[in-house]
Design a protein. Sequence first.
Length: 480
Amino acid sequence: MLETFSDLASQGIVRDHPPYNLPANVWTDGQNVRFRNGAVEAFSGHVPVFGTPPEAPIWAMSVPSGTTHRWLWASQTKLYKYDGLHSDVSGLSSPYSTTLDDLWNGGILGGIPVIANGVDVPQAWTDFGSPLVDLPNFPANTIPKLIRPFKGHLIAFNLNISSIRYPHRVLWSHTADPGTLPTSWDVADPTVDAGEVDLSDVLGGQIVEAQPLDELMIVYKETSTWTMQRINSPFIFSFDQLYTTIGALTTHCVEPLRDAHVVATQDDLIIHDGASVQSLIANHSRRWLQANIDATYYNRSFIRQDAKTGEVWFCFPQNGSQFPDTALVWNRIENTYGVRDLPSATYAAIGPAGSKITERDLILCAAKFYQADQGTAFDSVPVTASVERLAFPVTGELDTVKLIKRIYPRISTSSSVTIEIGTQMKLTDTVSWVPKTFNPATDAYVDFSAVGRIISIRISGQADWKLYGFEVEFDVLSML
């Protein structure tokens, strides 16, 4: 008998359901694989960029300016720029006290980068040929956990004022003239637009993130979400609670898309547009993620969209890891889910890896800078990619004993892959695997002699392989 299996890239990996309950085009495990254009595909690797940095980078920001471009990046104690060379641009407040749990954050207001790290005085880069400076006119003895530009204002969140924490506080500046920084943050001055408010739901936890969505700034606490909207004087901004039980896992765990946000919450990965909310992994990997994200270092997780591929990467440390070593990858175009190894990354940024300043490359911060999705190696170590389906429904039944005789793979690769057939007589048995090598340049099929009631399949290899489907030749030996 011959059975054909195709459409193997339409669902991706589903880890939260028993394998024997899943349809034939669903995979139950995998590593370094993505699902797109009708194929199960080995992920590309990552290559070093920007030369050798003087220290390990933990955060970076793309800073375009007209027809030129530069990167602003941070170590734990210093700030640097990269414009073909690495240069120290730390301000007078350095050495900084950045921790690996509170990275820099910020944005660009009128062409001027403004950043904060929750520990030191906020910094502004007003002259790209000079070091950064303490943010002018910012209130004394005040340290924000988070700072973002919005509607001509700078907005500071979750404040430490004279060593007293105000975790629900939102403070906004007077409106800045184009190309300048705000001249005042004085909330007591009726002649300026500065103001402050405390978001009242203390049970929602502290403010951890804020990102714009259309005309709104969406403010995320740990377990609740608010909207912030520019209105007329005298109130300047209005605030409304959007979600009472949904917040963000930590800073850098919200990724704005064109018309929605992808958010890593305390127990899920969701997408929302300010009205409707949808879990991205409820029927795929939610329980798996909850069980595998490290309970100590989860707050080092981050999300970033790879604009070139339409994929969103949720990067997190698996159990036992201190830094994100795994990316759960959602392809928002095809709505499939893959997974990829990371080089113990602390952050990911979008910007040009080369001289073309309009490029939107995905740049990883780790021991050095890497451009993701390049080549077939992780910094010279070949990528090993694998995909697995347990309890594969050959004949669609689990009550027959099958003899698997031959596999006809429809696969393209510049090298060879390993194809394994696994067998069990009972679901409680350990899977017994038989590996065979397949090279499409010389082989048309792979012969097996594997007997079992429950059949599994695993395909793995290095280099750039793509699997489009396969045929299984088998005999039914008996009914149980």
